[in-house]
Design a protein around this ligand. Structure first.
Ligand SMILES: O=C(O)CCC(=O)C(=O)O
Ligand SMILES: [Fe+2]
Length: 368
């Protein structure tokens, strides 16, 4: 009998690092079980469960996502195999992100940019894979990934399916038509969405001390929603409503989600795009090459970024009647300008007090 499971090219097994034994100040993250999503009343109940989390911290985790442990392991295996290639093979000509255009598709090399005015270099490498639709046929796709294309495409498509369930909950929460947000994020419609394999390379204590242990400076995410397959190496911190940095805890079999800028704009701040950063891991994990798998959901290219006509937001006085008619920025314009502003530099400066603006939209990554 032929197997229903397509034959997979064998790869070395990536080893999930142990959790830290260090007692860190962990954030309290809601765990939302999506397996009840399709039950009668399921969406309404889940939307209520989620309300506090997205309104206060903007971070939560989901379980019951439909992704199996094997599938997730396989994605890590693919990612690790890529990062095990020699540097000159990873960094093939023509595949780098074109930050001058605000284009984040492709390879982001480490050791290119200085951090906060020091001689310490950026330690992040990533490869961003766009949606598998004809529009992106000419965007960078590393030849190494070709042999896994079917699996990667399936993972990419199902990532957005999952995100759309969460968008449905946000629509229910804001008393909008259920498809209000998901229809603005169709897989078949062009957007800057990408699946990302990302790795942070450990630095010495001395190097990290010069940059206040910064591995990824404080920022909010540029799109609508970020899915981060939970991983055990501590380092990701969110800024809570009290202004304190708290570590995002690992959630077994979970995906950490956080609201990005565009959902914050659509909801007039009701859904919080929370400032977060990555710092040097605790001593028992500081030697680990920290591998991560993400799906960044961006708004559809042509979608207007303006407050949604939500009865709830109107009742709360967050959206004035005329605000809906303001000249809006479009999805592509917002994301491209934001990526350019953030990455098109020779260094990652300290951005405290600096504001980013496009049209009527303003972001301050380091806002207290
Ligand atoms: O590496 C992480 O845990 C988070 C990275 C992140 O915030 C980002 O790439 O936007
Ligand atoms: Fe982020």
């Amino acid at each position: 009998m032929p197997s229903a499971v397509p034959k997979q090219i064998p790869l070395p097994k990536w080893q999930r690092p142990e959790k830290t034994a260090v007692d860190l100040p962990w954030a309290n993250i809601a765990i939302i079980d999506l397996s009840t999503f399709d039950q009668p009343g399921g969406k309404e109940k889940l939307a209520e469960d989620l309300r506090d989390a997205v309104h206060n911290t903007g971070f939560f985790s989901v379980i019951g996502t439909g992704f199996t442990e094997e599938e997730i392991q396989r994605q890590y295996d693919i990612a690790q195999a890529f990062y095990d290639l020699p540097l000159e093979e990873r960094d093939r000509p023509g595949l780098r992100c074109d930050f001058g255009k605000g284009n984040y598709f492709g390879y982001r090399a480490a050791n290119e940019k200085k951090i906060m005015g020091t001689d310490v270099l950026d330690n992040v490498e990533s490869f961003n894979i766009p949606k598998f639709i004809p529009r992106y046929a000419d965007e960078p796709f590393h030849p190494f990934f070709h042999q896994f294309k079917e699996e990667i495409e399936d993972f990419s498509r199902r990532s957005l399916d999952l995100a759309k369930k969460i968008f449905t909950l946000f629509s229910v929460m804001l008393e909008l038509p259920e498809d209000f947000f998901s229809s603005r994020h169709e897989y078949s419609s062009p957007s800057e969405d990408h699946l990302r394999y990302m790795i942070y390379r450990p630095r010495t204590l001395e190097q990290d001390a010069k940059v206040e242990d910064t591995w990824s400076r404080a920022h909010t995410d540029f799109g609508s929603l970020t899915l981060l397959w939970s991983q055990n190496v501590a380092g990701l911190q969110l800024k809570n409503p009290q202004g304190e940095w708290k570590y995002v805890p690992p959630v077994d079999n979970g995906i950490i989600c956080n609201v990005g800028d565009t959902l914050d704009f659509w909801s007039a701040g009701y859904l919080k795009s929370t400032t977060h950063r990555v710092v040097r891991p605790p001593p028992d994990q500081d030697h680990i090459h920290r591998l991560g798998i993400f799906y960044f959901v961006r708004p559809g290219d042509d979608v207007d970024i303006k407050p949604a006509p939500s009865p709830l937001l109107k009742r709360l006085g967050l959206v004035a009647e005329n605000q809906e008619d303001a000249q809006p920025v479009r999805g592509l314009e917002y994301v491209r300008e934001r990526v350019k502003n953030y990455h098109d530099h020779t260094d990652y400066a300290n951005m405290k007090g600096k504001k980013f603006r496009v049209g009527n939209l303003v972001i301050e990554d380091e806002a207290a």
